[in-house]
Design a protein around this ligand. Structure first.
Ligand code: FEO
Length: 392
């Protein structure tokens, strides 16, 4: 593919990874991804903004074949999908300087063994002149690692935020054309990668209000030539109160827990609460993460395995705890044969969730009338709590 011009002398030179299906050996990528790098030609200096994932280094180097000099490599983020090919770029341009935050330098040195004298570290708000184009560096820790920064091209009003505002979406569309598809991919990306840092992101969004932004050029997925689309989506995801939604991940081995789940889902629906039910034996964890973005309550459904929760349920609880959604209430339902510590063990696995724990409903064997009554009470409590808090 040829370089694609965003503004005069500013080019996308990324790599599209159509077939990648897993990121960090953890995150499903149903629609592939891209690693967007950018080339900015000033009247005096040339800068490369971010690089690409190591397996796609050849794609980046092909773009650079006819570029005689690169003066600066802007490393917004040290994770290897954006930095892993920097060493190859430096092999071709040994005089180029890597521009990054002080923490970025530490991490790039450790991860890529880049020599000390190749770096120039920049402070928050510092600028770098390329001649007729000026880059401003905005420190923005925790989007997604502690060293991250955003780069703002002043004259063209383009923000290069690396991971922030990205989406794992392989497409030949340079800009967002299918808004529905990009919203879905961006929300999945936010849920899986950015949600644990929503408090930091809230502050960064406030800081960005001081910048005139015509275009957002992230390092994954299509670019935003209408930035309000993604800025407003992020404001809603990080700041808005949760909605009248229960997320219900569960496992059932012999049908008892499933019967309870089905009953509770019906009882909640009858009371006007939206429920998103996930059988963890078959669930795409990205879908589960997305559901957590807006949920007010999580109800975990588990049978008892060797006195504790089912391992798949423990994994889901670990994940929810790590993702730190803005959920306000948690409850546990499930079953056991001869004894269970599932409630105690699961409750101990979610210390990051600042939630009120609602009374669990645990059935010995297949649920009977008293268990269904307890599930009705739980549904009443959830519906009332949501109403009290104004979750709509
Ligand atoms: Fe796309 Fe945190 O790397």
């Amino acid at each position: 593919m040829e370089p694609r011009e965003l503004k005069p002398k500013v080019y996308w030179i990324g790599a599209i990874d159509w077939d990648r299906r897993l990121f960090d050996a953890l995150i499903p990528l149903p629609d592939g991804t891209s690693y967007n790098a950018y080339l900015v030609h000033g009247s005096h200096k040339v800068a490369l903004i971010d690089a690409v994932d190591p397996p796609m280094t050849d794609v980046l180097m092909a773009y650079l074949e006819d570029i005689p000099a690169i003066d600066y490599v802007i490393a917004n983020h040290a994770e290897q999908d954006h930095s892993g090919s920097i060493s190859c770029v430096l092999d071709k341009y040994p005089n180029a300087k890597v521009i990054t935050t002080p923490k970025g330098k530490d991490m790039l040195t450790a991860l890529l063994l880049i020599p000390e004298d190749s770096f120039i570290t920049v402070s928050d708000g510092e600028t770098l002149s390329l001649g007729d184009k000026t880059l401003e560096f905005i420190h923005a820790p925790w989007v997604h690692w502690p060293e991250t920064m955003l780069t703002y091209l002043r004259e063209d009003k383009i923000l290069f935020p690396c991971d922030l505002f990205g989406s794992h979406l392989a497409t030949t569309d340079l800009y967002v054309t299918d808004g529905g598809q990009v919203y879905e991919a961006s929300k999945r990306y936010y849920a899986e990668i950015m949600m644990p840092f929503r408090t930091s992101i809230e502050k960064h969004l406030e800081k960005l209000k001081g910048y005139e932004i015509d275009m957002i050029a992230p390092s994954h997925g299509p670019l935003h030539d209408k930035p309000s689309f993604i800025l407003e989506a992020y404001r809603g995801w990080v700041s808005d109160p949760p909605k009248n939604i229960v997320v219900l991940p569960y496992i059932s081995m012999h049908g008892s827990t499933k019967k309870m789940v089905e009953y509770l889902v019906g009882a909640l629906a009858q009371r006007g609460v939206t429920v998103k039910q996930f059988d963890l034996a078959v669930t795409d964890i990205g879908k589960l993460a997305m559901a957590l973005v807006d949920a007010a309550t999580i109800v975990i459904g588990t049978p008892t395995v060797l006195v504790g929760p089912h391992p798949n349920v423990a994994y889901a609880a670990f994940l929810a705890n790590a993702l730190r959604p803005k959920v306000k209430f948690v409850s546990i339902i499930g079953s056991y044969g001869w004894g269970s510590k599932a409630v105690e063990q699961l409750s101990g696995m979610i210390p990051n969730l600042k939630v009120e724990v609602l009374g669990p409903v645990i059935s010995k064997g297949f649920p009977e009338a008293s268990d269904f009554k307890a599930l009705d009470n739980l549904a009443n409590t959830i519906a009332e709590k949501h109403k009290e808090h104004g979750f709509a």
